[in-house]
Design a protein around this ligand. Sequence first.
Ligand SMILES: Cc1cc2nc3c(=O)[nH]c(=O)nc-3n(C[C@H](O)[C@H](O)[C@H](O)COP(=O)(O)OP(=O)(O)OC[C@H]3O[C@@H](n4cnc5c(N)ncnc54)[C@H](O)[C@@H]3O)c2cc1C
Length: 380
Amino acid sequence: MNFELGEEQKMFQAMVSDFVSNEIEPYASDWDESDEFPYDTVKKMAELGLYSIGLPEEHGGTGDELTFAIASEEISRGSGGLGISYIVTIGLAMYPITMHGSDEQKAKYIPRVVDGATVAFALTESMAGSDVANLDMRYEKDGDSFVLNGTKIFITNGAEADFMTTFATRDRSLGHKGFSAFVVETGTPGFSVGKVERKMGIHPTSAAELVFDNCRIPAENLLGEEGKGFRIAMEAIDASRVTIAAQAVGIAQAAYDAAVGYAKERKQFGVEIARHQGIQFMIADMAVELDAARLLTYRAAWLTQQQGKSPLKEAAMAKLYASEAAHRICHKAVQIFGGYGYTREFPVERFYRDQRITEIYEGTSEMQRWTIARQITGTR
Ligand SMILES: Cc1cc2nc3c(=O)[nH]c(=O)nc-3n(C[C@H](O)[C@H](O)[C@H](O)COP(=O)(O)OP(=O)(O)OC[C@H]3O[C@@H](n4cnc5c(N)ncnc54)[C@H](O)[C@@H]3O)c2cc1C
């Protein structure tokens, strides 16, 4: 057993880390204040090859699951908001195309992402959150087109995406067997972006309502077989869990680094606060949880590589633990900064806000616990 990254992975990590320190970290607070999506930075990330990670090699992709987790962690260390945009584009949103798309669909869409296109994954609806099978967006076949009608909510990258993968039902009475998956270009007539949410954190990336009003798409935009949409959506979410865990680890690392640095400088009662045992205990707990979260995350990524698919239980464990550990780590980081931690003068309050969503999207902590318990007990 070897807990070290390989030489290539270490070099890759150092390269991304450098980029994050120079091109993301210094601007992340401004993006947070302005809610601005950093298109120029995305372009630079694409030039660096970051948008090819985890995509099939024959269409310009490189890397593997662990490399993708490392990139997701590092980018999220700089900006949780940009981190989730990146993770959704390459992972969650592209999965239905890379795993179920035809050769033509792959050849059409993957190179656009390698060049820095932004992609959304539009599944959630007002009555279909955790209960995904309850979705109501309809589609019907009309000649050589499909016509989509319905509204999605909370969609990451919704306002910025060039195209998206989405899901609709042919007939609600069929339950999840009625679902199909589609790819939709955002310029398609009948498609529009509705309300963009004002969020607690991850500000640079939108969470938007997407409206499909008689949105007609060519029949060739069906992904996989008709009726297989539910399975495709679930597989995409399963595969993406490990990168949300990586996002939580990245944000927690940023909070930990800031808190340790501050504790060594800030003096109270005549000494650096790092000398007070109360602060030392917090730092020790943060270090232990950060390490455990990262190890669970890397194990799930490594298992994905070994098995060729996401390990349900271990990926859910990684997402559950890393997101809740990130919560505790960011909470302590604010505490170590005292009053300054509650101000926008320092970034720890942003880390605290950005981290919170990792416990909610792509399956809440309750859904992760449910998945883990079902795997252990064999119940459904
Ligand atoms: C910022 C943001 C970005 C998002 N990005 C996307 C995206 O890109 N694409 C997309 O499709 N969706 C996206 N979502 C939606 C997200 O995945 C859902 O919000 C999430 O799955 C929870 O669904 P819900 O909000 O409807 O909560 P609900 O399902 O209504 O849950 C409410 C509470 O009840 C609990 N609960 C529900 N059922 C059970 C149960 N059986 N047992 C125990 N507890 C239960 C939940 O854990 C939660 O605590 C995003 C959401 C946000 C806020």
